[in-house]
Design a protein around this ligand. Structure first.
Ligand code: ADP
Length: 695
């Protein structure tokens, strides 16, 4: 879709009915019709309110649509920024769209949202449209959520994003479905399983290599490879700092004799029923050294670990400086890697189907937990969305192994390739999340703005002067929103905030309403998913995963969604029989190493997925260099709008960071002078950092 069409959708005259500001909750279901039916732009889709009698009423929400190109209009020095600087920012400003970041400082998120005129608020502001957080929010906070607000995590998704819980959940599934869940390396949680593993290796001086990872860590920190029983006993852990010890995969697939792993982006829009997407591109991250299994080599991180953060400062690390070259240096795109593997005769489409299967099974393993937590928090069906980073290792049989699932995949843009790919991922994720444009909350935010004083600037020098005197309402960006619209929203304030004890109406959403909402979302995703491929539900997925769904869930909403979308009951369909052999063939990668070798029924079940898998291999970033010649562009200062309290918080964090940096430097200097330096000071800093992750 062209930029123009995107913009028109937002600019359309059917956006929000006056009715919406009335403090009544919508009756009946949500359903999508094309705007052509509603007499509006033919290209766009809209979710509209339908009454109980089924009559289509006026549209309820308009939804933001993000495109990476919008950044150009806010970037310093870009020609669009001079000719049409407000083209995209005016959208968010008109509606006073607000966001806040919790335990995250992602430049990419701030850049995308600022390019659309979003106002960044401090963590205390609860009237924001979007929360981008690097941690989960508590149930009591989620209970106060309103239906138009969006948060980038589902409650309890920690069940797959923390290494020990992932192992626990997958092990449980493995006991129920031993054939389909053979994709996570055999693992033990220390200290709980320490005795079991030690008993296994007792009496011998050697053992199969294992890898130990702190359960709650990331970026390769605290990892070691162990090949002696004595090293197992030496692992330091306790109930509060558990360690995952996994069998080490000794036969990784190598490219140019180097080990690599894959970062796969997965967006989940609903857990119950499940609606999940996988991005058609990702990253392949290479180790810098050539892989060997020689004695004494196991400690060499440069050969055995593939974390970018560990290698980026290595003298041998080759950076990719051109987004159009997808297979150069130590970080490739997934599509660049797949083309390389396909050229060597591998069936890469089957590989991607297997990865999709791993993703769906992993998500289903926590479906019931997330569903229960969402119900308890009384969340509306569209409140949460989540972008996971799945880390996958491929072995020489082209079998994908799940290493871990990241709660907040890195959005750092160190190279043009990162910027191009991650901006697309974020824009498409936000599009799928369907962030509504709402007027009503402006009344609240304007008063929040009065308290906090809205500020335009983002450089530190201007912050100081700005904070010395309050910005008057007439000059604040919030106040610049159309006064006619504002007076309308001041008249009524429909968005009552609920306290933790209240039962919020959205918490009582019936299953049928939920199913209708999800079905309507799925129809809308045609224009919103961008590079994402819907991996669940699609044609035969209900049949494939039916046993897992029925085993783990009391209420089978996936079945109801299937009925709603396809108009038939899947339980009476042709493919309702046992699918164990499909899972068995998917797991047996050495035997079934190409699509032709799969049994005819398995081929039939996987046909749609196989055809769609073509998209993973396609060239995608040819134009990327034009958009990002280096990395993420710098925004014009006036584009990044923050409330004064947000500015104050940022400034406080910056000071803390500087203090910590100086303290660390003095410790290093002291150590350099005196090798016997006592690390009490360093320990204090570490403790402080633990308490304040922004340091
Ligand atoms: P972190 O969260 O610290 O990045 P990971 O689980 O992603 O931890 O592991 C870091 C790296 O270690 C991976 O990128 C991979 O190269 C390697 N690795 C992890 N687990 C295994 C394993 N079981 N077998 C072989 N290599 C592994």
């Amino acid at each position: 879709m062209s930029i123009c069409a995107d913009y028109q959708e937002l600019d359309g005259d059917v956006c929000i009915s006056d009715d919406y500001s009335k403090p009544k909750l919508p009756k009946g279901a949500l359903e999508r019709i094309s705007l052509a039916d509603a007499g509006a732009h033919s290209e766009a889709d809209e979710i509209v309110d339908t009454g109980e009698d089924g009559k289509v009423q006026k549209p309820k929400y308009k939804y933001m649509k993000f495109i990476p190109e919008a950044i150009k209009y806010s970037a310093i020095g870009h020609k669009f920024a001079t000719t049409k600087p407000d083209k995209y920012t005016q959208i968010g400003r008109e509606y006073n769209m607000c966001f806040k970041m919790l335990r995250s400082d992602s430049k990419l998120i701030k850049t995308v949202l600022s390019s659309y005129g979003y106002l960044q608020c401090s963590r205390r502001n609860n009237d924001v449209n979007l929360i981008w957080s690097n941690t989960h929010l508590s149930q009591s906070v989620l209970r106060t959520f309103l239906p138009w607000q969006r948060i980038n995590h589902f409650p309890r998704s920690v069940g797959i994003t923390k290494k020990d819980l992932l192992h626990q959940n997958l092990s449980l599934m493995c006991t129920k479905f031993p054939i389909g869940f053979d994709f996570f390396p055999k693992s033990y949680i220390f200290p709980d399983d320490k005795a079991i593993l030690l008993a296994k290796v007792a009496g011998s001086t050697t053992m199969k290599p294992h890898i130990s990872k702190p359960a709650a860590s990331s970026r390769g920190r605290g990892i070691s490879i162990l090949n002696k029983p004595s090293e197992l006993s030496a692992i330091i852990c306790d109930e509060r700092s558990k360690v995952l010890v996994s069998e080490y995969i000794t036969n990784p697939l190598l490219v140019d004799r180097k080990k690599f792993d894959l970062r796969i982006y997965v967006a989940v829009m609903s857990f119950h029923p499940m609606i999940a997407y996988m991005f058609n591109d990702g990253l392949a991250r290479f180790a810098v050294g050539e892989y060997t299994e020689e004695i004494g080599d196991w400690d060499d991180v440069s050969k055995h670990l593939t974390n970018y953060s560990l290698h980026k400062n290595n003298k041998d690390f080759i950076k990719n400086n051109d987004a159009a070259d997808e297979d150069v240096g130590h970080k490739w795109t997934l599509s660049g890697l797949l083309r390389n593997l396909a050229a060597s005769g591998h069936d890469t489409k089957l590989l991607m189907i297997r990865i999709e299967d791993i993703v769906v099974k992993t998500l289903l393993s926590i479906q019931s937990q997330v569903a229960a937590a969402s119900r308890a928090a009384g969340l509306a069906p569209n409140s949460c969305f989540e972008l996971f980073g799945f880390d996958i290792l491929i072995d020489t049989d082209l079998k994908p192994w799940l290493l871990e699932v990241n709660l907040s995949p890195s959005l750092a843009c160190d190279a043009p390739l990162d910027s191009v790919l991650k901006t697309k991922v974020i824009c498409d994720t936000l599009n799928l999340a369907m962030v509504p444009l709402v007027y009503g909350k402006n009344s609240r935010n304007v008063s929040a703005g009065e308290e906090e004083n809205i500020n335009d600037d983002n450089d530190l020098a201007s912050m100081v002067s700005a904070s010395s005197g309050p910005t008057s309402r007439s000059t604040s960006p919030v106040s610049n929103a159309s006064s006619a619209k504002k007076s309308r929203s001041f008249a009524t304030t429909p968005f009552r905030r609920y306290t933790a004890g209240d039962v919020r109406p959205s918490g009582c959403v019936s299953s049928s309403t939920k199913i209708k909402t999800c079905a309507s979302r799925m129809k809308c995703d045609r224009l919103r998913k961008g590079g994402f491929i819907r991996i669940f539900p699609r044609k035969n997925t209900y049949y494939m995963y039916k046993d897992i769904i029925t085993e783990t869930n009391v209420q089978n909403l996936d079945n109801l969604l299937y009925k709603e979308v396809n108009g038939v009951d899947p339980e009476v369909g042709d493919l309702a029989d046992d699918m164990t052999f499909v899972h068995s063939e998917l797991m047996s990668c050495d035997e079934y190493n190409s699509f032709d070798k799969l049994s005819p029924v398995t081929q039939q079940v996987l046909k749609e997925a196989y055809d769609e898998a073509e998209a993973y291999e396609a060239h995608k970033h040819l134009n990327g260099t034009k958009l990002y010649p280096r990395a993420l562009p710098k925004l014009r200062p006036e584009t990044r709008r923050r409330t004064l309290s947000c500015v104050a918080t940022d400034e406080q964090r910056r000071e803390q960071r500087i203090t910590a940096f100086l303290a660390q430097k003095s410790v290093l200097a002291a150590v350099a002078k005196d090798p016997d330096y006592q690390f009490t000071q360093a320990a204090e800093i570490a403790q402080e950092r633990k308490q304040n992750p922004y340091l």
